[in-house]
Design a protein around this ligand. Structure first.
Ligand code: GUN
Ligand code: ZN
Length: 405
């Protein structure tokens, strides 16, 4: 059991975050048991963290482990960046020792950034994916992890056979689904241009039969859209995923920028989840995320760093970008914070488990120290959103266990 006397930021909704100065949060066996105002008569043995802010651990719903070392290796658009930067780097993860060092560096950087839950793409290799799971398991990290699938239009050192891609995914699912309460497998067809209709259909059918998670990229860049139209000839990119069974309440679609109203309706009718990656979208000049249209359709949206097109694993950085990169619409701090905490947990159907500091939920939380000793006041949330990437994460706790000091 641990009790911390500290200052809590607790998300309630996309419009409301509670600031609870000088409160005590207690957990036992990994579960939060109470959050209450400090009372000297009751809380004699608590640890003193009054100089910190306690937040739910951050959630990153779209990040590529295999691209951690190529952040900032610039090309001015998605397709040349994939061909010239991403694919050669992902091929390096066929070497086990490369993949292991990369995964260790990646998870340690996530913990240092205060991320306690992540939805992760690995390189298209079984062993690299197993290494990622093993390290996450050993650390006690909460994650959905999937092996990226590419069975056509891909360089030969990444290209998988359709049967091999499918069967390896099933093996990984069988091994990791249900093995640990913190980990799950997520089927990961990279995007329509590098996946055959057969592979997408197999993944879609299996995932829907087991309510398994799927992640992919959608409508990020105009050249990508032209490529999809050339290959599939369907009226829209989203219609391709619908046809092969890749939409649904366990599907996470990243980017979702260039969309017609009909496509937004398809996504909303299927209750698909959206990973918003504002930093990446502007790095690759992919376009501006249609935030108000997707919100109006009732879609569940959460933030993704999209490292390596995103430059940082710090989720406050992406919250800041969520505001900066809407050219007409102010995004309030409460909404940006919600999208990397409780809203993200809800997008992953983990809203009863993590994402806020509520008794009964897992103790997934972090202690943050501002670089300027700013006071705890009504601006604390806003400051965290606009320059939180400068804050130090002094402790990261997942399921009650301190995983970084
Ligand atoms: N589309 C297909 N693969 C990728 C990727 O790795 N990153 C981004 N940003 N978009 C993609
Ligand atoms: Zn991505």
């Amino acid at each position: 059991m641990r009790s911390l006397r500290t200052n809590l930021l607790n998300p309630i909704s996309s419009q409301k975050t509670d600031l609870l100065p000088d409160h005590v949060i207690t957990w036992d066996n990994g579960i939060i048991t109470s959050v209450e105002p400090y009372n000297p008569a009751l809380h004699r043995d608590c640890e003193d963290h009054r100089n910190a802010i306690c937040s739910p651990g951050f959630i990153d719903i779209h990040v590529h482990l295999s691209q951690f070392r190529i952040r900032g290796n610039y090309r001015p658009a998605l397709l040349p960046w994939l061909q010239e930067v991403v694919f050669p780097e992902e091929a390096r993860s066929s070497d086990f020792s490369y993949a292991r060092q990369l995964a260790q560096d990646f998870f340690s950087a996530l913990l240092k950034a205060g991320t306690t839950t992540a939805v992760i793409y690995t390189a298209p290799f079984r062993k690299a994916t197993e290494i990622a799971f093993e390290i996450a398991h050993r650390l006690g990290f909460r994650a959905l992890i999937g092996m990226t699938l590419m069975d056509r239009n891909s360089p030969s050192d990444l290209l998988q056979s359709t049967a091999g891609a499918y069967e390896t995914s099933l093996d990984l699912f069988d091994t990791w689904h249900g093995k640990s309460p913190l980990l799950d497998y997520i089927f990961t067809p990279r995007f329509a241009p590098t996946c055959s209709p057969e592979l997408m259909r197999l993944i879609g059918d299996f995932a829907s039969s087991r309510s398994a998670w799927i992640q992919t990229h959608l409508a990020e860049n105009p050249d990508e859209l032209r490529w999809v139209r050339e290959i599939f000839g369907l009226e829209s990119y989203t219609a391709v995923y619908e046809k092969f069974g890749l939409l649904g309440p366990h599907s996470i679609l990243a980017h979702a920028i260039h969309l017609s109203d009909d496509e937004i309706r398809l996504m909303a009718d299927s209750d698909s989840r959206i990973a918003h990656c504002p930093d990446s979208n502007f790095y690759l000049k992919s376009g501006e995320f249609p935030l108000s249209r997707l919100k109006a359709a009732g879609l569940k949206i959460a933030l993704g760093s999209d490292v390596g097109a995103g430059s940082s694993l710090s989720m406050p950085h992406h919250a800041q970008m969520m505001n900066y990169r809407q050219s007409l619409e102010p995004v309030l701090p409460e909404e940006a914070f919600y999208n990397m905490t409780l809203g993200a947990a809800r997008a992953l159907d983990l809203g009863s488990v993590t994402g806020s500091l509520q008794p009964g939920k897992s103790a997934d939380l972090i202690l943050l120290k501002s670089p300027d000793h700013s006071p705890i006041d009504e601006h604390s949330l806003s400051r965290l959103v606009f320059y939180g990437s400068e804050y130090t994460v002094s402790e990261t706790v997942i399921a009650g266990k301190s995983v970084k000091n």
